[in-house]
Design a protein around this ligand. Structure first.
Ligand code: MOS
Length: 725
């Protein structure tokens, strides 16, 4: 490996900073018209009447589409939909912000104006607006219950016990790029430009909804301006754009407004988590009881899985993880970096901190005493685990040994200083992926795969892999992604892209290399004619003999002589190398906060994250991902909170002025350390997914640091000044 492991520049960096990278909403097509959504102003009830006549008569309007004349949509099944409720199919309203009409006009401004003229009369019922209200109505259902060992026995053995309730609010992903679709029909063939983390899920979902053959739907997305989960599944606006385009017989562009992004493609559910920890005086966990309740919509069972975090990390013999859901008049929640564990580890890692104080133990020492040498749930060995090294490297870089254990004991002037830490872990999900590699007559290589770059550096990492296998420079490799006509590959979800697609590109490139070599060996005009394949190496854009470097030729010389390109496909899936192992990425994060006791304001002043992500293909783009995750964690700890009106069920913060996210001034320069080694059981490349890993643990580390600084334990996120005064 020559380029894999190097901090090479992003191949699309220049395109992005010059504005030349084109995102979904920036495409145009001949005859393009514009769709604007009208959304319900009530959270529960039915539409009594809907009058589109004034809108239809407005200048430039081509159609006003409502449930009264939308073709019937099929139920989408299999995983692809973000919510099961079909759109514009009947008069029922199940949440505020539900789409009730789509206005299509020849310009965006005319469509926006006409949308204001659609008159909707409702028969309103009082909604269940919040999880608290839902719980009061006892609309809760037990969704799952996983037990390990004997929790009752574990409780009886406990010499020290912690019993607390933690809560996390509902939150929104807020990627910079809005959800957007351009739909265009040619006969029975539908083409969608869609802002999605998974072109193949969009393809499948829209095909199911419209009752089409999957290969009659083509989905493209060249660049994605962030998703964090909200673009992972397919949401109603994409199918509506396709319906509208068919209805008006012209391509339709539909872009969500920032406000619509709070109801149109999911959010992170809120949780209430009850946690019981029991331990011996020596700090060995004897029991973890973790129950998480999350809200879901009136029509889908979204189980967040927060409690399962307690099954995964510590060597505790007795654990119960219970998940419950509560129905609320809201849209269906979805994955948000990182689903389940991102919320569950807040409770677990705060709970461990509370236990450390109860035992008089250093929080890091407590974690080391409960380190799991094997997967505590299955007893299987880890495929690789450098968590101890993460603890050690992170603590050393941070200076953790200098921490004074008492709360309110570290100060700077009038300010309070707190140090906190937490662990992180995320499963490794490698999926099946395929790729094509072509070595072209001009000596460059073309790499094609039907995944997409969510912004994390997929184009760059795949270029590095192909360049290494073929002995090319970065600028001699062209990577094409984001088109369902390319070989099928997974979504940019669950931190799986490089571990899934990397091996496919690696294998396809190796096959192409082997074909090129054999072509040279069999070619009388090649200087390599008649040698054995084992004597040939590739480097500097061509082939040469290993023992006689002057003897060889470039790909361009060989292939232009033949006037052909050489192509190879590979389909790559997890194999027996994974059998019998549990594959996870690990990490540890250490933070320092400054708290102003007079205002209650918390500032994260330092942050060190140490991570085991197996082989790191590109330390520069990987570091950016880790920083992004840490910033996500800071937002979760201190700012992010979607506020819902408890009577109306309406979101009160649908904008980036009402919904706070960290800005540069809120974020220290995080220090990122990669301490893992290539994992032999994930793939030949040895990578482990790292996209979601860094966001996990940060909220707990900050809450723990705030406790250390102030003596105030906040268990209800976000931590606001009001809670500290
Ligand atoms: Mo992710 S939350 O799987 O985009």
């Amino acid at each position: 490996m020559r380029l894999v492991g190097e901090a090479v520049d992003r191949v699309d960096g220049r395109l992005k900073v010059t504005g030349a990278a084109r995102y979904t909403a920036e495409f145009s097509l001949p005859g393009l018209v514009y769709g604007v959504l009208v959304q319900s102003t009530i959270a529960k009830g039915r539409i009594k009447s809907i009058d589109g006549r004034a809108a239809e008569a407005a200048p430039g309007v081509l159609a006003v589409i409502t449930h009264q004349h939308t073709p019937r949509l099929a139920e989408a099944h299999t995983p692809p939909v973000g919510q099961s409720l079909p759109t514009l199919q009947d008069d029922m309203v199940q949440y505020s912000g539900q789409h009730v009409a789509l206005v299509v006009a020849d310009t965006l401004e005319r469509a926006e104006y006409a949308a204001t003229l659609v008159e909707v009369a409702y028969e309103e019922e009082p909604p269940i607006a919040t999880m608290e209200a839902g719980l009061a109505w006892a609309f809760s259902a037990r969704a799952s219950n996983v037990v390990r060992g004997n929790p009752a026995e574990g409780l009886a053995q406990a010499e020290v016990r912690i019993e607390q309730t933690y809560a996390t609010p509902i939150k929104h992903h807020n990627p910079m790029e809005p959800g957007a679709t351009i739909a265009s029909w040619e006969g029975d063939r539908l083409t969608l430009y869609d802002a999605t983390q998974c072109i193949s899920i969009t393809q499948e979902a829209v095909a199911q909804r419209l009752g089409m053959r999957r290969d009659n739907v083509r989905v493209m997305t060249q660049f994605v301006g962030g998703g964090f989960g909200c673009k992972g599944w397919s949401w109603p606006h994409t199918t509506l754009a396709a319906l509208a385009a068919r209805h008006v017989g012209r391509p339709v562009k539909l872009v969500l407004t920032r406000a619509q992004m709070y109801t149109a493609h999911g959010y992170q559910t809120g949780t209430v988590q009850q946690l019981v920890l029991g331990a011996t005086r020596a700090g060995k966990l004897t029991v973890i009881e973790h129950q998480s309740t999350n809200q879901t919509s009136a029509f889908d069972d979204h189980v967040e899985g927060a409690a399962s975090a307690s099954l995964e990390l510590y060597a505790c013999p007795n654990v119960v993880a219970r998940e419950r859901i509560v129905r609320v008049n809201a849209t269906t929640p979805t994955a948000m970096r990182a689903p389940g564990a991102g919320l569950g580890m807040f409770a677990l890692e705060c709970g461990l901190d509370e236990l450390a104080y109860a035992l008089g133990l250093d929080p890091l020492e407590l974690r080391l005493r409960n380190y799991a040498a094997v997967d505590p749930q299955t007893g299987r060995p880890w495929s690789s685990n450098f968590l101890r090294e993460c603890y050690q490297a992170g603590a050393e870089r941070f200076g953790w040994a200098r921490r004074s254990p008492e709360t309110r004991s570290m100060r700077a002037g009038d300010g309070l200083i707190g140090w906190g830490m937490a662990s992180t872990t995320h499963p490794e999900y490698r999926g099946e992926a395929s790729a094509r590699v072509c070595v072209l007559p001009d000596g460059r290589a073309l790499v094609q795969s039907g995944t997409q770059d969510i912004g994390t550096g997929t184009y760059t990492a795949l270029s590095q892999i192909a360049a290494d296998v073929l002995g090319l420079r970065m600028d001699q490799v062209v990577v094409e992604l984001g088109d369902t006509d390319l070989p099928t590959a997974p979504g940019s979800i669950g931190s799986r892209t490089i571990t899934s697609v990397g091996p496919a590109v690696h294998e396809a490139a190796a096959r192409a290399r082997s074909r090129v070599i054999r072509m040279a060996l069999g070619d009388e005009r090649s200087p390599l004619h008649g040698y054995g394949e084992e004597h040939v190496v590739v480097e500097n854009g061509g082939l040469r003999l290993a023992h006689q470097p002057s003897r060889g030729e470039t790909y361009a010389e060989l292939l232009s002589r033949h006037g052909v390109s050489v192509e190879a496909m590979a389909q790559s899936a997890p194999g027996p190398e994974q059998d019998g192992f549990t594959r996870r990425a690990f990490g540890a994060v250490f933070v320092e906060v400054h708290v102003d006791p007079s205002s209650g304001q918390v500032r994260v002043s330092r942050c060190v994250g140490a991570y085991d992500g197996g082989r790191i293909v590109n330390p520069r783009t990987a570091r950016s991902q880790m920083i992004g995750g840490i910033v996500f964690g800071i937002g979760m700890a201190l700012m992010e909170h979607t506020v819902v009106d408890p009577r109306l069920g309406r979101i009160l913060t649908p904008s980036l002025s009402g919904y706070l996210v960290p800005t540069h001034a809120d974020v220290p320069e995080p220090e990122v350390l990669f301490v893992g080694e290539p994992d032999p059981h994930t793939s030949a490349l040895g990578t482990k997914g790292i996209g979601e890993l860094p966001a996990i643990g940060v909220p707990a580390a900050i809450a723990n640091a705030v406790y250390h600084a102030t003596g105030r334990r906040v268990r209800d996120l976000p931590i606001t000044p009001a809670q500290l005064l």
